[in-house]
Design a protein around this ligand. Structure first.
Ligand code: CTP
Length: 407
């Protein structure tokens, strides 16, 4: 899975209780296709066993114990050279202090000095230790000299001690940041750009307990938002009710109706460098939703719904788009997919349209794969093979990057 496939991550684990969560991080990274070199400090091995990481990564584990033993003279250099990125999770207050002062008195700190790989530090500690001016000064300094340091989450700490910031972010969130670190080590045309992505269906009320909607899961939009964020973009995801977890990283705005989605897009589009409308907003809504539950009654006739059209969100952005903005739409068709897609591209003045045929196996709503054709303003068609939605997202963003480079 891009950008993880075939890369080597050095996972540093220091001696905090959150180290039990690092085992799951090791698993996520390994599953995504990276080689994980786990380096445990001596105190980390008091909390978690080296064997746990060996079993999860399928690779030898390196521990701080015996760092100065004969035969290990170049271990820190080899590890530092092999790493495409380094993540230290958890990073204790003591570790941050040692890293901030450039000490190299154990394997992990020695690796940090010997590497030029991008490095992510994930602090986890008691909330008062995090808030202490010494720790804060160390974090400011570490950021100044080029380390990426995550802020800890707030919430209940170990053994019910404290509620303030100090908790290690969840492994899935750290995993997303590692992806961004790996991706940014290449240079993306999307880095620093404002990207707005919509995802999922919308819901239109029939009465206070019923709605009409569609089968969109939001997977494609979530994959696009995640991939754009990994490439360093500043991403806003405007999402209807999703059937998949929201991604880590992008700023999430949740909406229910097409009008709410139109309002959110309208608000953000004037500053957007890229707008990707992957959502499937409801095109029609009951024109007079009932204010109380429609009762079935005995022998009462079934209600007939009078419908009206909702706003076409892409069309509504026409006057608000920046002239240089790249606008991407989707077209889910059941017949004449390419011809209909081309028509939509021109009607909605798009730079790129992603066409898929809902009747094809492996394409469309709900599944993990998609088979799409990309069509640009010049009418050029690029037929992609059946791919995972993550790979489709990367292919779309590769095209968007090419367009961005030309503007
Ligand atoms: N779209 C939109 N506003 C809507 C409906 C759709 O902006 N109210 C966007 C979709 O997000 C997609 C593109 O328009 O990017 C095409 O959506 P699609 O449902 O395929 O087409 P429609 O324009 O709704 O036309 P039709 O239903 O007639 O196929």
């Amino acid at each position: 899975m891009r950008p993880f496939d075939g890369r080597t991550i050095l996972l540093g684990v220091t001696g905090g209780i959150a180290s039990y969560k690092s085992a799951w991080l090791a698993r996520l990274l390994t599953k995504a296709g990276t080689k994980v070199d786990a380096v445990l400090t001596r105190s980390a091995t008091e909390f978690v066993g080296a064997i746990t990481f060996e079993a999860l990564t399928g690779r030898p584990v390196h521990t701080g114990t015996g760092f100065f033993d004969p035969g290990r003279a170049l271990e820190h250099i080899h590890l530092a050279k092999a790493a495409d990125a380094i993540v230290v999770a958890p990073a204790t207050a003591d570790f941050l202090a040692r890293a901030a002062t450039g000490q190299a008195d154990d394997l992990l700190t020695a690796v940090l000095l010997a590497t030029d790989a991008p490095t992510l530090l994930v602090p986890a500690m008691n909330d008062r230790m995090w808030a202490h001016p010494q720790t804060q000064r160390n974090v400011v300094h570490l950021r100044e000299i080029g380390y990426q340091v995550l802020n800890p989450d707030a919430g209940m700490l170990a053994a019910g001690e404290g509620e303030g910031p100090g908790r290690m972010p969840e492994p899935e969130a750290i995993f997303a940041h590692v992806g961004r670190l790996l991706e940014r080590s290449g240079s993306s045309a999307l880095a620093g750009r404002k990207v707005v992505v919509t995802a999922g269906p919308t819901r239109e009320a029939i009465d206070p307990v019923r709605f009409i909607s569609n089968h969109s899961s939001g997977k494609m939009g979530v994959a696009l938002a995640s991939a754009a964020w990994r490439r360093g973009a500043d991403v806003s995801l405007i999402a209807g009710p999703l059937s998949v977890p929201a991604p880590h990283g992008p700023d999430l705005r949740q909406v229910q109706t097409t009008e709410q989605m139109a309002d959110a897009v309208g608000e953000l589009v004037s500053a957007a460098d890229v707008l990707i409308m992957a959502a499937a907003p409801a095109d029609f809504r009951p024109s007079k939703p009932a204010t109380s539950k429609i009762k079935k009654g005995q022998n009462a006739p079934a209600p007939t719904l009078e419908m009206e059209q909702t706003t076409d969100i892409l069309r509504a952005t026409l006057a608000r788009r920046r002239t240089s903005a790249i606008i991407v739409g989707f077209a889910l068709e059941t017949e004449d997919a390419v011809a209909n897609g081309k028509q939509k591209l021109s009607d909605k003045s798009l730079d790129l349209i992603v066409v898929n045929d809902a009747t094809e196996a492996g394409a469309g709503f709900g599944g993990d794969t998609n088979r799409v054709t990309l069509i640009d303003r010049e009418g050029a068609e690029e037929v992609l093979p059946l791919l995972s939605k993550t790979d489709v997202a990367d292919a779309i963003l590769d095209r968007v990057e090419r367009l961005a480079n030309g503007r």
